[in-house]
Design a protein around this ligand. Structure first.
Ligand code: ZN
Length: 292
């Protein structure tokens, strides 16, 4: 029986990871450093997730975002500096700097595009893991399709803060709801869980035709969950799930975790694959679309 040679255990690594049981072997560190993880959307959740992954020792991050920073981003994340915000830097540029300061061994590649533009699709196809941190269902449907077609695990986070519309300012908060969803190709998906439906996609697009990219900007600008701490909870859980997917430190992993910010709970929900699911039956492992 032949085995691959184990990577060398460098002294600096041993010292650095002395209190880090998840990556206290040369093999586990190698697995983390070889991982290429795409983070789609670098706002409140995406920036905090990217910095956590860099701190965890991930070797390469691919950030996908086309936007500049604005003042509102200051409230949604603690991963960026006031200088970046004051200068309205591109999100890619700001997070690249931040990641270098956290872990210079983590390579960062920025893709200034949005789904379903080709550079973004190409970047996702070459990733080991896709992390979705967006605020609209159309982009989630796109990421799910790419993940399914090319058999790439996909972890999605999302947060919504709802206020009572009928009450004048200051309107009370009636819900702080979020999720962490792990899609493993072949397992249950967003469509199976009922989170994605044709009706919800149409409602989320406000009647706009999603085939036109310029409409996407209007969809994305509808609402933001601008509270860094709530975004941080979901980003931290998603970072833990990435470590679980790469290192397998736990014997179980919930597909769907529902977050309730009012009750301060993160609850696992059972999701099963549905026989009639359009995604699972028609997309998984299909590779590039072919028109004939
Ligand atoms: Zn499905």
């Amino acid at each position: 029986m032949r085995t691959l040679p184990l990577p060398p255990n460098e002294q600096s690594d041993i010292r650095t990871h002395a209190q880090q049981p998840l990556a206290d072997t040369a093999v586990s560190r190698k697995l983390l450093r070889r991982a290429r993880i795409a983070v789609v959307g670098l706002s409140g959740g995406g920036t905090q997730l990217a910095t956590q992954l860099a701190a965890a020792g991930i070797g390469e991050l691919v950030g996908i975002d086309y936007q500049q920073l604005d003042r509102e981003n200051r409230l949604s994340t603690d991963a960026l500096s006031w200088v970046d915000l004051a200068l309205c830097r591109a999100k890619l540029s700001a997070i690249r700097r931040r990641i270098w300061w956290i872990n210079p061994r983590c390579r960062f590649t920025g893709i200034a595009a949005r789904l379903p533009e080709q550079p973004a699709i190409d970047a996702l196809k070459n990733a080991d893991l896709i992390m979705g941190c967006v605020n609209n269902l159309a982009a989630r449907a796109d990421m799910l399709e790419i993940a399914g077609r090319y058999c790439i695990p996909y972890v999605d986070i999302g947060l919504t803060i709802r206020t009572a519309d009928s009450v004048p300012d200051p309107a009370p908060i009636v819900a702080i709801a979020g999720h962490v969803f792990i899609y493993l190709p072949g397992g249950p998906c967003f469509w199976c869980s009922g989170y994605l439906t044709t009706k919800r996609l149409e409602a989320d697009a406000s009647g706009l035709d999603r085939s036109y990219l310029w409409n996407r900007q209007q969809i994305e600008s509808k609402r933001e969950a601008l509270v860094s701490a709530f975004n941080g909870v979901l980003a931290s859980q998603a970072a833990c799930d990435v470590l679980q997917l790469i290192l397998g430190y736990s014997s179980s992993m919930a597909t769907y975790k529902m977050y309730d910010g009012l009750l301060a709970t993160l609850t696992p929900w059972e999701v099963s694959r549905q026989n009639g699911c359009p995604h699972c039956n028609g997309t998984v492992s299909m590779g590039d679309p072919v028109w004939s």
